[in-house]
Ligand binder design. Structure first.
Ligand code: DUC
Ligand code: ZN
Ligand code: ZN
Length: 470
């Protein structure tokens, strides 16, 4: 690989902001300085007027993941290409320990998908749906030998993936002793199940009832319970897709007491609210994700918490299902629940829009600083999930995963110009300022304006270090 130099960019990390040159050799950053003298045989990229950011790290995506009868419409290939165009160079996706599949087999299967399709670097959490001695031993092995140090467990979806409190506690106790962390989907599953049954019995089948049967207070209840289980287990805990101030208040309280509690939120909770569910129209299926969109007061509280570090990062929960059945041959997508909202696959796309929307709506709108933006989308997920300093910063020795970002470029978001398989984006028609112009993955230019230069399968599996120790 030829050496590359990025000249005169404004280098921004979670803590720095200065103009300099960056020399890249063999996939890594090897020198940073003003007017670097590097001799011949160096490819020059001019970044004058641009921000140079560490590649985005999205620690919550679902590429080619199956939930019930539905599979997300992005393959590893389409989803990671789409991520790259959005400025993300590493994802942490999910391996799934289903019935009859052990934790270690789940990792092996997920890694095979990644090896075939990934266009950017990737790691995995494991979704754990059953805890016994074998699963506990596998989890310990996964942390120490497979580079998998985080495990998602569901407090929702009884009869499917939900586990009980004892299983969560056992898993927390074990992984906490070995450098791992449990990530919780915190909603009270049995109460939600009851509310769904009652709504359907009353003939309420439209998508809006998805939101009405998943009350914020039940996210709050489960979050509180999850924290207490973690305290008893003496282990760190991470809350995925935190959406409601009723949940946030328990995270804030625990963190103030020094309990190692961490949480993410997602762009859809920051930019949309429950006023979206204002009709019986099936088109509202596009807003079906779990947890659902919350009140404006919750949204305001999430923005404040991002600034004050009560929330540590923004991931996408990219879990795309098409609005049109049969789009690109995908079946059992959103229309699968046309006559029963509880069958609408839960999830929305977002991996390509995270950086631009958060830059525009966060930094430009004056809600967060530029350094904090970098921390939220790259540095914090890297630190929390064992990828730092290989990923998540711009420093000598780090991977040359870099985004050249034009802070002043206006553009309009549309599914038509995106690069994944989903036929919609919640941000359709939204004008934003700030655009990804070039993306380098380990020193290779993979995105250059509208051009895709990356290669399918060239993304590497990243064995992660410990999670939750930050
Ligand atoms: N939780 C997720 O994190 N993603 C999709 C569905 C869900 O319930
Ligand atoms: Zn979830
Ligand atoms: Zn998810």
């Amino acid at each position: 690989m030829t050496r590359k130099i990025i000249r005169n960019g404004r280098i921004v990390t979670a803590v720095d902001d200065y103009t300099a040159d960056l020399l890249i050799d063999d996939g890594c950053i090897v020198a940073i300085g003003r007017a670097l003298d590097v001799g011949a045989d160096v490819e020059v990229i001019d970044a004058a007027g641009m921000l140079v950011l560490p590649g985005g790290v999205d620690c919550h995506t679902h590429m080619d993941n199956t939930f019930g009868d539905s599979t997300t419409c992005d393959s590893f290939e389409s989803g990671t290409r789409s991520a790259a165009f959005g400025g993300t160079t590493t994802i942490v996706d999910f391996a799934f320990q289903r019935k009859g599949v052990s934790v270690l087999e789940a990792i092996e299967r997920a890694r095979a998908k990644g090896a075939d399709g990934a266009c950017i670097d990737y790691g995995f959490h494991v979704i754990v749906t059953g805890v016994d001695d074998q699963a506990l031993a596998d989890m310990q092995h996964a942390i120490r030998h497979e580079g998998v140090s985080s495990f998602k467990m569901f407090m929702a979806y009884p009869g499917s993936v939900m586990v009980d409190d004892a299983a969560i506690f056992q898993a927390m106790r074990m992984v906490g002793q070995h450098g791992g962390m449990i990530a919780l989907h915190a909603e009270n599953g049995t109460i939600i199940e009851l509310l769904i049954k009652e709504a359907l019995a009353q003939g309420h089948t439209a998508p809006k009832y998805h939101a009405l049967t998943r009350p914020a207070i039940m996210e709050g209840e489960a979050t509180h319970r999850g924290i207490k289980l973690a305290e008893l287990a003496d282990a760190p805990v991470y809350f995925v897709h935190l959406s409601a101030r009723e949940a946030l208040k328990h995270v804030v309280e625990a963190r103030d007491m020094g309990v190692p509690v961490f949480a993410e939120t997602c762009p859809h909770y920051l930019f949309f609210d429950d006023s979206a569910y204002d009709s019986e129209d099936f088109d509202l299926a596009r807003y079906v994700m779990s947890p659902p969109l919350r009140s404006k007061e919750s949204q305001q509280a999430l923005w404040t918490a991002l600034r004050t570090d009560d929330l540590q990062l923004v991931s996408t929960d990219h879990c795309p299902f098409c609005m049109k059945e049969g789009h690109l041959g995908r079946v059992n997508q959103k229309p699968y629940g046309r006559n029963d909202f509880s069958k609408i696959p839960n999830g929305v796309p977002g991996v390509e829009t995270r950086m631009a929307t958060l830059y525009d709506g966060g930094v430009r709108a004056g809600r967060i600083s530029l350094n904090r933006f970098v921390e939220l989308v790259s540095t914090a997920p890297s630190k929390l999930f064992g990828l730092f300093p290989q990923k998540g910063t711009i420093a000598v020795g780090s991977d040359a995963d870099l985004v050249i970002f034009d802070p002043d470029a206006p553009h309009v978001i549309s599914a038509k110009t995106q690069h994944g398989n989903c036929d919609f984006t919640l941000f359709e028609g939204r004008g934003v300022t700030g655009q990804v112009k070039k993306v380098l993955l380990r020193g290779e230019l993979i995105v250059d304006g509208d051009r895709w230069l990356g290669k399918t399968g060239s993304g590497r599996y990243v064995a992660r270090g410990e999670s939750g120790g930050w």
